[in-house]
Write a protein that binds this ligand. Structure first.
Ligand code: PMP
Length: 285
């Protein structure tokens, strides 16, 4: 992604895409002092844009630094980046991190906080799985306890085991991995939340140790509006066998039906398709 034409918003101004670089002694590169957002714009408007900017600020606070821009400034930066790249339908990546400076140890209070926004066109995150149903591996890595790491932050450090899980999944021909949590309950995929259907009701893991996604919250609202019961609860691994349908939610993933998790199969059923289509309508409305 580094060798492209275009502009990236960096620390208050637009720079050439290829010049949007950082020093090798950037604190975030060594110690994961970085938070980010993944957003999507549809017809020129970023879906739930302010919620994403606010989450970025919250994530930074949770890992001990402040984004040096207000929500209004972050909003302006995101739209300026889209405009500079001539984009109306785009994936928008905002990122804030501890830069290089006086400190090179674990502490970094003296280092500047940096902020950037990039935007580009990104199609279906799971390719044709969106229609066929994604195939998921089961990861050996567990989402950590809230006593181990601030799980509600969208912070780089929480993604190390996601990358490892996804690599293992892809090596087995899967598009992603489902992860259990530190207690053994079903948690989420490596970059998306998970939902199940059984007997006309929806079940989704309680978001008490992983990101309570903006798409997850949107989809729960949509289901309730349709009069469908949503059970947010702890889900045991042995329950996977009894679920009829499954889908993933996330900004990049949108609503993607799941056809298989390990040895368990799910139909790409009417509700999964309905929610996927309703979400598409909502984000473009
Ligand atoms: N969990 C993880 C680990 C994620 O990376 C994402 C994507 N941001 C999500 C869940 C879904 O969050 P959202 O719906 O806010 O994009």
């Amino acid at each position: 992604y580094d060798d492209r034409d275009g502009k990236i918003w960096m620390d208050g101004k637009l720079v050439e895409w290829r010049d949007a670089n950082v020093h090798i002694l950037t604190h975030a590169l060594h110690y994961a002092s970085s938070v980010f957002e993944g957003e999507r714009a549809y017809n020129g408007k970023i879906f739930k844009s302010v919620e994403h900017s606010e989450r970025l600020q919250r994530s930074a606070k949770l890992i001990d630094f402040e984004v040096p821009y207000s929500v209004e400034e972050i909003e302006a930066a995101k739209y300026a980046t889209m405009e500079a790249n001539g984009l109306t339908d785009a994936y928008v990546r905002a990122v804030a991190w501890r830069g290089a400076g006086e400190d090179m140890g674990v502490a970094s209070a003296k280092n500047p906080v940096r902020f950037a926004v990039a935007a580009w066109e990104w199609g279906n995150y799971y390719g044709d799985a969106k229609f066929k149903g994604a195939k998921l591996d089961i990861s050996k890595w567990k989402r950590p306890s809230p006593e181990t790491i601030p799980c509600e932050a969208k912070a780089a450090g929480l993604y190390m085991i996601c990358t490892m899980s996804k690599h293992a999944a892809e090596a087995k021909g899967c598009s992603d991995a489902m992860m259990f949590d530190y207690r053994g309950y079903v948690a989420e995929a490596t970059g998306a939340n998970i939902f199940f259907v059984k007997n006309g009701e929806v079940h989704t893991p309680k978001a008490d140790c992983f990101l309570n996604g903006i798409t997850r919250q949107t989809v729960i609202g949509m289901l309730k509006e349709k009069g469908i019961t949503v059970n947010e609860r702890h889900i045991m691994p042995e329950e996977l066998e009894g679920f009829e349908q499954c889908w993933l939610t996330g900004t990049a993933a949108e609503v993607t039906p799941v056809g298989q998790i390990g040895d368990y199969n799910f139909e790409v059923g009417a509700l999964a398709r309905d929610i996927s289509e309703s979400y598409e309508k909502l984000v473009r409305s």
